[in-house]
Design a protein around this ligand. Sequence first.
Ligand SMILES: Nc1ncnc2c1ncn2[C@@H]1O[C@H](COP(=O)(O)OP(=O)(O)O)[C@@H](O)[C@H]1O
Ligand SMILES: [Mg+2]
Length: 253
Amino acid sequence: MQTIVFSNHKGGTGKTTSCLNVAYALIEAGKTVLLVDCDSQCNLSQSFAYRPAEGKTIGAVLLGQASLSDVVEEVGEGLYLIPSSSNLSEVEERISKKPGAEFALSEVLEEVEEIDFCLVDTPGGLGKLTYAALTAADAVFIPAQPEYYGIEGLVGLLEVCQQVQKRLNKKLKIGGLFFTQYNRNDRRRAQRDMVNLLETHPLFGPLVMHTTIRPNVSLVEAQIEKENIYNWAPQSAGAQDYQALTTEILSRL
Ligand SMILES: Nc1ncnc2c1ncn2[C@@H]1O[C@H](COP(=O)(O)OP(=O)(O)O)[C@@H](O)[C@H]1O
Ligand SMILES: [Mg+2]
């Protein structure tokens, strides 16, 4: 199993949307996928009709109060989910007090069998759960909106990934950074300047991916309707962009 984490300490950059739609693109390609929702906002979990029973969530597994098989639910053909719950922030605080908290998720995922890809959605901020996700990952991908003031934050995020790589998880690959809600023909000056800056930046240049995810309402609608984008609007820009992104992600693993 290859574990891929979508991370950006900033909220609203497309982490959850990317996790969900890359999963659907992988399913389309005949792969099996486990989604892990590590955000107490539960947006990824809410993208499915399934509602977990009390205590059947990622928090319970991280605390050792439930087993993996208790919490994994099949939410589509070949698609599995470990849902989150609103008390996950408290769980994060509790596990943070124990030694080796960064390894909490990788220990859980070691037990997973017969799954091709595990995709982990992370919360905003850079807390212990994000460290745990990076520690469990084979690769991290960063969805980012091209906003000029975002670059300092991205440098900080990259440093965290590099520290995790050095101290906690030598196999972690910093897979790439892709722009969300952005079109390469975008004429807005500030956005284009930011993209140019990152593409020519010594650290970020090699990480910037070719694919961008255009603004697309079908992605929003499909998520609200709890539908797979490849059934809901297979010809949409969102479906096409996530297909291209998935191909590019696989080429960078
Ligand atoms: N390509 C897109 N086009 C239009 N809306 C999008 C797109 N990607 C994300 N969104 C919307 O933007 C908001 C933030 O995206 P989300 O994936 O939840 O970000 P994050 O998980 O990083 O906080 C959501 O309301 C989502 O539906
Ligand atoms: Mg999210």
